[in-house]
Ligand binder design. Structure first.
Ligand SMILES: [Zn+2]
Length: 317
């Protein structure tokens, strides 16, 4: 089953646009292979407002946000996760408004993880240079939420709108979505995007948690998804279902490869990603590692050594 992707809208950088009742959006000019057209910062409400994912530290975006917030009082700064295209401007906005920052928690660094992936990270020569170096998915380790929230907690509210948190680990372990209750609208950060699948890269990225978090969204049955990057998704249930099917299909193929005698990730990648540009093999390898770690947790695969990695040998359990 293919995923019914939706194309991102034509961006109007620097402008604030009303995209739904009580919902305005400013798009940062940080287009890249991780951000599509750029980071979409949402402003909820009027008068007293909440901001979701303030975005990257781009001067142009900071100025556009300042203009959009003119005459409004920010009462909460909601962060989905700590990639550098989502959270860094929270520090500036907190300083300016005094409003608390809100998230499930800070970015988690697993100090016990030994990364064996020493393949050169090839830069795509067709890729445009980001406007500033923080345009891509680095980690914002400085972010520490003033208020920690988990499932069902009130994250922010104002005149005619109420937002509750939904913890959705997978893309990162602290990833948090936000539900605008009156519209059954879910702000999905990078958990669910319309234009692309999410990057699930261990150790903080976790495929098992990600699939459980997709099921959580299905159980919530929102009417609309508003990702941080790209267009909203309105046909939610079949869309999320396609993501789940896509991952389970890949998982089944990886399990079949291991059962067929492939022990090494590069060999599994070559077998599964036929026709894919070899430059993408490293990223594909990390995605296969995420699947293998889920299969290990599910008791279907074992491995040699103390920790799964991209050079580890895997065997059927
Ligand atoms: Zn991200």
């Amino acid at each position: 089953m293919s995923i019914p992707f939706v194309s991102p809208p034509e961006p109007r950088y620097g402008e604030v646009q009303q995209v739904a009742p009580h919902v305005r959006r400013v798009i940062a000019k940080n287009p890249s292979k991780f951000t599509a057209i750029g980071t979409g910062t949402y402003i909820i409400g009027s008068g007293e407002v909440a901001v979701i994912d303030p975005g990257p530290t781009l001067v142009s975006h900071r100025e556009a946000l300042a203009a959009a917030l003119e005459g409004h009082t920010v009462t909460a700064i909601l962060v989905t996760h700590c990639h550098s295209d989502h959270s860094p401007l929270a520090a500036w906005l907190h300083e300016r408004s005094g409003a608390p920052t809100v998230c499930f928690g800070p970015h988690v660094v697993d100090a016990t993880w030994v990364d064996d992936d020493d393949a050169p990270h090839e830069k795509d020569p067709d890729e445009p240079e980001p406007e500033e170096e923080h345009g891509e998915e680095g980690h914002d380790l400085a972010f520490e939420p003033d208020r920690r929230v988990t499932d069902g907690d009130l994250a922010a509210s104002g005149d005619g709108w109420t937002i509750r948190a939904l913890h959705t680990p997978g893309h990162t372990s602290n990833h948090t979505c936000y539900v605008l209750e009156e519209q059954r609208a879910l702000f999905t950060g990078d958990h669910i995007m319309g234009w692309s699948t999410s990057v699930i890269a261990p150790p903080d990225g976790d495929m098992r948690a990600y699939l459980a978090s997709l099921a959580k969204v299905q159980a919530l049955a929102p009417a609309t998804l508003w990702p941080t990057h790209g267009a909203p998704i309105t046909d939610v249930h079949p869309f999320v279902d396609a993501f789940i099917t896509h991952r389970l299909d890949r998982e089944a193929n990886i399990l079949a490869a291991v059962r067929g005698g492939e022990a090494l990730i590069p060999d599994i990648v070559r077998r599964l990603y036929v026709g894919v540009n070899e430059k993408l093999y490293r990223a594909a390898g990390r995605s296969v590692l995420a699947h293998l770690m889920k299969l290990v947790a599910d008791g279907l695969v074992t491995f040699e050594g103390s920790q799964p990695g991209v050079k580890t040998r895997y065997f059927p359990a």
